[in-house]
Design a protein around this ligand. Sequence first.
Ligand SMILES: [Fe+2]
Length: 167
Amino acid sequence: MRIKTMDELFVETLKDIYYAEKHIVKALPDMVKKAHGGELKKALENLRSETKEQINRLEKAFEMLDVSPRARKCEAIEGILRESEEDMAAIEDEDVRDAGMIGSAQAIEHYEICRYGTLIEWAKDLGRNDVAALLGQSLEQEKNADKLLTQIARSTTNRLAAGGAAA
Ligand SMILES: [Fe+2]
């Protein structure tokens, strides 16, 4: 399709993050299952319920814009999720695998933070502060999830250093 206006670009990008969220929610149960550390397992479970909320918010945004909620294939998130699966399958040590999974989860979060950040600015430019505010709630959740993952990464790395699994 050809994108001619900012309104169209905004909607197409909304469809991109909609696709991403829907794929993330499908990938998370396997990550929860494979996580070894309790903190990480809990954080990923929480991420799953927040992702469901974010999907609902996107559907609400489509409704506010009077367009039907459709996903547009996002190659970027597919690539991130594929690498995540490959790493989970390739790493044998549970703590090393946790460290890899945290890295993958943060790659997911950073993709989402960048997409929501852009969408919020465009929504404001297009005079849709209502949509910007709605997406802002998801952006806050993504930022908090990223911060929590950083904290868990630190304790996982400490455990690795203490246990010598890094050798
Ligand atoms: Fe998300």
